[in-house]
Design a binder for this molecule. Structure first.
Ligand SMILES: [Fe+2]
Length: 344
């Protein structure tokens, strides 16, 4: 197996010009770029976004751009490996911080990519998905799956900020990304499914044969329940408490391409996960600590966000009690049949 393949420069100029004129190019000078040996060679670099730095910029966007002019008032978290303005945080994960001011609403639409909102601050915001009104309390995880109508509103009296996580880069790559606009939805007059059908773990509504559940039966995961579950795991389990967000009817990940976990670290606790083939983003719900990503140290605090490329060597160390939500693309990689974890 040759270490070094032939280069473009080794080829005669007239041959190179004739190839270009014929619309072809030699594979061998480029092959190692697309098929490196042993492991991928990611473009994505570890990223870190300080909420205290971004919050004033987001509030200023609220003064500079009315929501009617923005539709979605969002500051996108750009992957440092792709540079400022990149519409992605990793190869598959888009992240944005969105601001909704009291009394504002964001128009209804549906689109091919799927989204998750993780509420960062403020009360009174809500998302309506397929007619179901989903309150947005700090730390809540709210799904707006691909193809489902959704709009946002705000009945409270303080700014609401949430983190959007979408599989948008994948849909852009597939040339499959588009949206359809619609009217604000009529809201069903009842609490969301996390309070009605799925209010207790291990229990789901009885169904008659042939009457299946909705594809996305539960679209809000209240933080209060998640935190209680993590604390129970931390008290009686071993290692760092980590829970998957799952579809309560199927046990599968909540979305087709993206998965989410909630983690709790006790003060001083550290965690060194295996090298995973998926990329990751971490959002700090509460607490302070540091994470080493391929030797680079990130010091994080409440409401900050950071990312890690595929096969990153990670070590988390909590300074205080800390809660993190991990966003990853394992579901997509499992569907494609190549998800992998390697020992450190
Ligand atoms: Fe949307």
């Amino acid at each position: 197996m040759a270490e070094q393949l032939g280069t473009l420069e080794e080829l005669p100029q007239d041959y190179r010009e004739d190839m270009t004129a014929a619309g072809v190019a030699p594979l061998w000078p480029m092959m190692r770029n697309v098929l490196p040996h042993g492991a991928p060679n990611p473009v994505t670099q570890a990223g870190y976004w300080s909420f205290p730095k971004i919050r004033p910029l987001l509030l200023r966007a609220g003064e500079l751009t009315p929501v009617e002019k923005a539709e979605r008032r969002v500051l996108v978290l750009s992957d440092p490996g792709r540079g400022a303005g990149a519409m992605q945080a990793t190869a598959t994960i888009y992240l944005g911080l969105q601001l909704l001011l009291p009394g504002e609403s964001a128009p209804a639409h549906r689109h091919t990519p799927s989204a998750v909102r993780i509420v960062v601050e403020g009360r009174g915001g809500y998302t309506v998905v397929d007619g179901e009104r989903l309150p947005m309390e700090p730390g809540d995880l709210v799904l707006t799956p691909g193809g489902e109508w959704h709009d946002h509103g705000h009945d409270g009296d303080e700014p609401v900020i949430w983190l959007d996580a979408l599989d948008l880069p994948l849909f852009v790559l597939l040339e499959g990304s588009y949206a359809i606009e619609g009217e604000l939805q009529a809201q069903r007059n009842r609490p969301d499914a996390s309070q009605v059908e799925y209010s207790a773990a291990g229990l789901a509504p009885s169904r008659r044969p042939g009457r299946g559940a909705r594809r996305y039966p539960m679209m809000r995961y209240p933080w209060a329940a998640t935190e209680t579950a993590l604390r129970n795991m931390a008290t009686y389990g071993e290692g760092v408490a980590e829970l998957d967000y799952i579809n309560p009817e199927t046990g599968e990940d909540v979305l087709p391409a993206l998965g989410f976990t909630a983690m709790m670290l006790k003060p001083g606790q550290s965690e060194a996960p295996p090298l995973r083939s998926c990329s990751s983003a971490f959002h700090v719900i509460a607490g302070k600590g540091r994470t080493e990503i391929n030797g680079q140290v990130i010091e994080w605090g409440p409401k900050d966000t950071f990312t890690a490329p595929v096969f990153a060597r990670l070590r988390h160390q909590a300074e205080t009690e800390a809660f993190l939500v991990r966003i990853h693309d394992r579901p997509l990689q499992e569907k494609l049949g190549y998800y992998e974890e390697r020992a450190r």
